[in-house]
Design a protein around this ligand. Structure first.
Ligand code: SAM
Length: 287
């Protein structure tokens, strides 16, 4: 049940000055919310990544507003001016698609607006990471969103290595040309894990394909993918945190070993996964 009736809703016909963070569709234009339309209609202007992309959305909605190009690389003086304007103007922030700030610009703007005491509110809506999580069939009680994997091979494998012990579904954004390379790296570093490729969600050719890295590499090598992709990796089987024996062994070993050495030693003795033990060793060392 919504907590606010129309009378209490800050998104009225006349908006109070401030920053309105508005999510926009990730494909299907029908996914814009009623409140988002109301905010776009009533605001004084829209800060956006690309004025052409947002211009098209506003045209579809039959709305005409000043559009101001903004991203996190915009000059500090432009950001300052935009934040100052929020004292007297209602500014909507959108990105090209989905929820602003989620692998999209806005973080610095929101941080500066917050520091300046500006009224800030979020109008939630589409987000590819969340849509991917919901269709994947993977555990969603705990998930870790890690944005895009690095482009360079070694950095990509290192990033996966760092996440190997995390007991949660891992969620990444991915591009079609890089999908098979990322699956290769996942197969090498996180062998045997279930993977889901959620592609073109809310669009005509939407699909969610699941399997091991090997299954998916075979499929997407034969059928090169197109469009936008969320890549999900199921959590590792078995959890270490409750295992007091390996915890004790790790604690003892950490007294005079580096975490990597301690994990290697305990892995040999216990037969457990070295990467999970390494992640646990890092946790124990900092606790
Ligand atoms: N802020 C956006 C959000 O909330 O979804 C994400 C912006 S990020 C720059 C763009 C990435 O989101 C794409 O490269 C792709 O990985 C993912 N994405 C966006 N739309 C998608 C869709 N319809 N289906 C699958 N993935 C999508």
């Amino acid at each position: 049940m919504p907590a606010n009736g129309p009378d209490q809703d800050p998104v009225h016909k006349v908006l109070e000055p401030g920053l309105y963070i508005v999510a926009t569709p990730i494909g299907n234009l029908g996914d814009i919310t009623l409140r988002s339309i109301r905010a776009l209609e009533a605001c004084d202007g829209v800060a956006c990544e690309d004025t052409r992309v947002t211009g098209k959305l506003l045209k579809h909605l039959n709305i005409s507003k000043p559009l101001w190009r903004y991203n996190d690389h915009s000059e500090a003086k432009d950001r300052k001016r935009l934040v100052e304007s929020m004292a007297s103007r209602a500014v909507v922030l959108v990105s090209d698609a989905g929820t602003p700030l989620v692998s999209d610009p806005g973080y610095r703007l929101v941080a500066d607006a917050r520091a300046a005491g500006v009224m800030i509110t979020s109008l939630p809506g589409p987000c590819a990471a969340i849509a991917g999580l919901t269709v994947s069939g993977m555990p969603n009680d705990r998930f870790l969103f890690a944005g895009f994997l690095p482009v360079k091979e070694k950095a990509r494998r290192d990033a996966l290595d760092e996440l190997a012990g995390v007991d949660a579904t891992l969620v990444f954004y991915e591009t079609a040309p890089r999908l098979v390379r990322s699956l290769d790296a996942i197969g090498a570093v996180l062998s045997g894990r279930s993977i889901a490729v959620a592609r073109e969600m809310t669009k005509l050719h939407e699909e969610c394909r699941t399997g091991t890295a090997e299954d998916l590499i075979a499929h997407y090598t034969a059928h090169p993918p197109k469009g936008e992709i969320v890549l999900l990796i199921a959590p590792p089987n078995g959890t270490l945190p409750d295992d007091m024996n390996t915890d004790e062994m790790l604690r003892d070993a950490l007294a005079d070993m580096k975490p990597s050495q301690a994990a290697g030693m305990v892995a040999k003795v216990s037969g457990k996964d070295r990467k999970l033990l390494y992640a646990r060793a890092l946790e124990l060392r900092s606790s």
